[in-house]
Design a protein around this ligand. Structure first.
Ligand SMILES: [Zn+2]
Length: 135
């Protein structure tokens, strides 16, 4: 949404919220397709010109998220960082003579960082469907 359009919307919504007399915009433009949206009298101001425009916006938003491999890299880095922190903490405790011996194995029952890629399995199937729809 461009700056002017956004300000128009915000001013109107602010006026309504504060009970100030205001003129409801008759048309609005959506940044992406530049289509004029006719504003119907009741309800919220429309964001999209059509259902398909809303759907395209949803897809753009969805694909803007980091790629699955990027996510996996981040998750694996998190696991490595946790292990390093554990090791460092244990070394400090040993130095202070509060514990002895090597660090115990990680408690499997403790919450461990989730691997988003593994959890996103169902989402992947949906993604495949959408990719097919696009063609
Ligand atoms: Zn549109």
């Amino acid at each position: 949404m461009d700056e002017r359009e956004l300000r128009r919307r915000l001013r109107y919504q602010d006026d309504v919220a504060r009970g100030r007399p205001t003129k409801r915009p008759k048309t609005l433009r959506y940044r992406w397709c530049k289509a004029k949206i006719t504003v119907r009298p009741p309800g919220r101001l429309p964001l999209y010109c059509s259902h398909s425009c809303r759907q395209r916006a949803h897809e753009r938003k969805k694909w803007r998220q980091p790629h699955l491999l990027v996510q996996l890299n981040q998750d694996l880095a998190n696991v490595a960082i946790r292990a390093a922190v554990r090791e460092e903490a244990w070394a400090l405790l040993r130095q202070m003579r509060l514990v002895m011996g090597p660090a115990p194995p990680e408690n499997r029952r403790q919450s461990r960082p989730a691997l988003r890629l593994v959890e996103a399995d169902e989402g992947c199937a949906a993604t495949g469907d959408q990719a097919r729809d696009e063609v």
